[in-house]
Design a protein around this ligand. Structure first.
Ligand SMILES: [Zn+2]
Length: 201
């Protein structure tokens, strides 16, 4: 059988998804094709509504379905003296589920990675500094909830230098797990402990 052009297009797009290689993309494409409109219509709608209904919070840069600030940024009961810096919006959900943090979040949208050409100016670092400077409640501590890998360490070092100039204490999660671990894979009890036992930088 000759390769079908439209199927090839779908395989190409699917293989751009994280963790999906050429083979898995092919399997998924055939699955979608076989299921037909009963599957493709809801799938297309779900993809479209994610694009149309989700906005970036102008304060923390997480995602929200609200038109302005997200639920966490607009919650005045939270502690404005402590911030938690994360790599991706998904990390917030994970930390919230551990119920061990009451401050505000800030999403960097990545980590410094010279190898991939990601420099501090490509991340929401300047926005973090501006936000801290503009805060009505003086910010005393910033928890760096970054992955324990080279990029996470480089970013933590960069932020610690920057924040110490402003006399702000920086801490990092005490994982108790080996180097290279991703916070996505830590269960919420361990994550809660990692926040409680956070280490000074
Ligand atoms: Zn927000």
């Amino acid at each position: 059988m000759k390769e079908l052009k439209s199927l090839r297009k779908l395989v190409t797009e699917l293989s751009k998804l994280p963790g999906i290689g050429e083979k898995s993309a092919q399997r998924l494409a055939y699955f979608i094709l076989k299921r037909g409109t009963s599957y493709t219509q809801p799938l297309l709608q779900a993809i479209q509504s994610v694009e149309n209904e989700i906005n970036e919070c102008p304060k923390c840069f997480s995602y929200t379905e609200l038109a302005a600030e997200c639920e966490i940024c607009s919650d005045i009961k939270r502690d404005g003296s402590i911030y938690c810096v994360v790599e991706e919006p998904f990390d917030i959900m994970k930390i919230e589920s551990a119920q061990a943090f009451q401050g505000y979040y800030h999403v960097l949208h990545g980590t410094i990675s010279p190898l991939e050409g990601i420099q501090p100016e490509h991340l929401k670092i300047q926005e973090l500094i501006q936000r801290i400077e503009a805060s009505v409640t003086p910010v005393k501590e910033v928890i760096l909830a970054l992955d324990s890998d080279i990029e996470g360490d480089t970013t933590a070092l960069y932020l610690t230098k920057l924040l110490s100039q402003k006399k702000i204490r920086t801490t990092r999660l005490a994982y108790g797990v080996p180097f290279g671990s991703d916070i996505d894979y830590i269960d919420k009890r361990t994550l809660g402990k990692a926040i409680e036992n956070r280490m000074e930088l």
